[in-house]
Structures are given as C-alpha cells and as structure tokens.
Design a protein around this ligand. Structure first.
Ligand code: LMR
Length: 398
C-alpha cells in the first residue's frame, strides 16, 4: 500500500534543527530556527510566564474541554493587544477571535476558511517570505502567487515594485502582509508606506491577511501593530493570524490566534461560525495551558509590566547584537558593507550570503543558517560572535 511513497524533503527551517543535533563539530552554532537565546545561549522561560503558571497551578479546577474558539479571557486579551484597548473594532464587536495552536495553526485555519468561502481567491505572499507560508496555503489547494518586496541590490524594500505588484492584484484575492519584523528580511514598511498600502488595498479590493508573529520585537508592542491599525482605517474586512511563541517565549505551548474583522457585528458573528467549523473538523478545540498563561499575564497589571520589561530586554539584546555583528565583521577585515543588518528589525538578519556560502558555513564551520541566507540574530551571543564573524570573513575571502 505504501510502496509508492517517497520521503519528503527536509523542512528548510525545522529540518536544520535535526541536522544540527547530529552535527559532530564541537564548536557548532545554530542560527537557523527563530528562537530567542539569552547571553548564556539558553532559551529562557520568562519570569512573567513562571509566575502566571504558579497562579494557574493553584487556581485550575478542571481539565474539561475549552469551547471551539477558546477561552473568552484570552480572546479578549488578543484583540486588545492587536487593536488597542479602546478601538471601535472592539467596542462595536466587529472582530471575532479564535485561539489556535500557534501562528501556524492560525494560518492553516485561515487557509481552510479562504479555500471554502472564497474558493476563487489566489493568495499572494511577499517575495521572499517565511519558508512555510506557501506550503500551508498550498496544502488546502489554494493558488499562491508572489508580489515584489525585496531589492537584493540595495538590500532594502523595493516599495515602487511592491506598489506596482499589488496594483495588479484583483478584487477578491487575498494578500498576506507581515505585520512587523518581516521574516526573513527584517525589513518593514514605514508608517507612511503602510498608509499607502492600506489605501491601495481599499482601492483594489483585496482582503488583507496579517501574519503577526513578532509583536514587540521590532520597535515596541504598540509600534509593531501600526500597519494593522492603519489598515483598519481604510478596509472593512481583515484576517489576522498571530503567534505568542516568540514574544512570550511559549514556543512549545503552541499559542496563537486567528482574528476575523467584518463590516458589521452580525456579519462577524455569522462568519465566525464558519471559522469554528474549520476548527471543529481539524483539531476540534484548542489546548488550554499556553493561552491561559497569556491571558493571565495580559489581564494582570503586575504580570503585564513584568512581561513588557522582559520583552523589551529581548528586543534590546537583539538590537545590540545587530550592531556588534556589523562592527565585528568590519574588525575582522570584511570590506563589504553589512551596515544594513543594523537597520533590519526582529529576530532575523537577511545577510545576502549565497546558498554556496551558507553551505560552506555549515560544512566547514558547523554554523547553521537558513538556505536563503537568513541568520537568526536572536541566537547570536557575545560568546559565539567571534567564531561566527571569523567564519563569515573567511568564506567571503575565498
Ligand atoms: C522561523 O521562521 O524560524 C520560525 O517561525 C519557526 C518556524 O516554525 O519556522
């Protein structure tokens, strides 16, 4: 029965982790997957999370099922974080949120919802984008197209080309935007550019789907969702898939959400029942623990300010590593200009290294980065900075 089945190719990001585990080089460095590491090279459990878990352990009374869409406290907290406490989207009940297993779960539910209810829609993703986006959408049979985003020569956003691409997208299609800390380039539109994109979206009539996986890792919690909030001023409908893996360090708890915004509260309620159906036929209802932690933190003043402080310190450390990385490459005699790395936002630096150079880093130095040249800056520490930059300097000389 299974003889005709061949092995699938390794996942371009998570597959690297498996290869890294088997890497014999004692000086190996893993800068592949986007996972935050502290100065000790450890992915810490945040203090706010530990304290919330203690409370939950004492308070928890049942392990009975959550509802299909998850707990009300979590769903409300997600909306406030994305849209702002006083936004009319919340007071007018124009949004409905479902707790999903991670941001990927949210994207997958969105994909199924789009395939079922907008079956003619093509979904457009930036070129480049997160290595899993296309596969998630294709797995439900959606057509996936790509729009211009990155200029490899200037190592910056090609905004003219982006506008030109999006101007070709017809009414009724779906366009995926990275809310902040674009993965893999780390390059986001400016507030003025978001405004232009929102106006274009309203003119063209395509549906925006925001992937918001790094809120708080760019400029700040509020600043990082300005793109979403600007769009809300111009478009009546939107989908937002968000993840709390990185900003709460809850990677293995799989906490995310899918939010749908509609023109009226009646429409939001009706549409949401179809989102619930997608969930019921997929994983039935979400796991409780991670979302309970997020809700406990966001709904408690003291825990929330502790979390904000810890998030700020992760963000600051990454910014420091970016500058140090650029300086250390210079000190090691690298003449190419890598200063663009200190302008990029979020966990990743899109280094411009070629696939061949990426292979040399891995084969000759045991340094693992993604094939696109994406380096997880969140995994760079003072300790691994020198060997990393020595290796890059050496391969650039070859
Ligand atoms: C990444 O891009 O490294 C993260 O989003 C982890 C993942 O699932 O790929």
């Amino acid at each position: 029965m299974f003889e005709h089945i061949h092995a699938a190719p390794a996942d371009p990001i998570l597959g690297l982790n498996d290869a890294y585990r088997n890497e014999p080089n004692p000086n190996k460095i893993n800068l592949g997957v986007g996972v935050y590491k502290d100065e000790q090279g450890v992915t810490p459990i945040l203090q706010a999370v530990k304290q919330a878990e203690e409370r939950l352990l004492n308070q928890e009374e049942t392990k009975s099922y959550l509802s299909i869409e998850g707990s009300p406290a979590y769903r409300e907290a997600v909306q406030k974080l994305l849209f702002g406490e006083d936004h009319q989207i919340i007071s007018k009940k124009l949004a409905q949120t479902a707790h999903t297993p991670g941001g990927t779960g949210a994207l997958r539910v969105a994909a199924e919802f789009i395939k079922k209810h907008l079956p003619e829609a093509t979904i457009w993703v930036s070129n480049p984008t997160w290595a899993n986006h296309q596969s998630v959408f294709q797995s439900v049979g959606l057509e996936v197209g790509s729009y211009a985003y990155y200029d490899a020569n200037t190592k910056a956003l090609d905004f003219e080309a982006l506008l030109a691409s999006l101007s070709q997208i017809p009414e009724g299609d779906v366009v995926l935007f990275h809310a902040c800390c674009h993965n893999p380039t780390g390059i986001d539109p400016t507030p003025e550019q978001w405004y232009q994109l929102a106006k274009l979206c309203s003119k063209q009539g395509f549906l925006p789907l925001f992937d918001c996986a790094y809120q708080g890792f760019g400029h700040g919690i509020e600043e990082d969702v300005q793109g979403i909030r600007t769009f809300l001023d111009y478009v009546p409908e939107m989908l937002v898939a968000n993840s709390f893996s990185k900003n709460f360090g809850l990677y293995n708890e799989r906490v995310g959400a899918l939010t749908i915004v509609c023109e009226t509260s009646e429409q939001a309620e009706a549409t949401f029942t179809q989102v619930q159906r997608c969930i019921r036929t997929n994983y039935s209802n979400p796991p409780s623990h991670g979302a309970a932690i997020v809700a406990e933190i966001l709904n408690d003043k003291q825990l929330r300010s502790l979390w904000e402080m810890e998030l700020k310190s992760m963000r600051t450390r990454i910014h420091e590593m970016r500058s140090l990385f650029v300086n250390t490459l210079r000190v090691k005699g690298v003449t190419q200009d890598f200063s663009f790395i200190s302008q990029q936002q979020g966990m990743f630096s899109f280094s411009g290294l070629t696939p061949d150079q990426v292979a040399q880093l891995r084969n000759n130095y045991g340094i693992y980065i993604v094939g696109s040249g994406r380096i997880s800056v969140a995994g760079i520490t003072h300790e691994n900075m020198n060997p990393l930059c020595d290796a890059i300097a050496a391969i650039l000389k070859d």
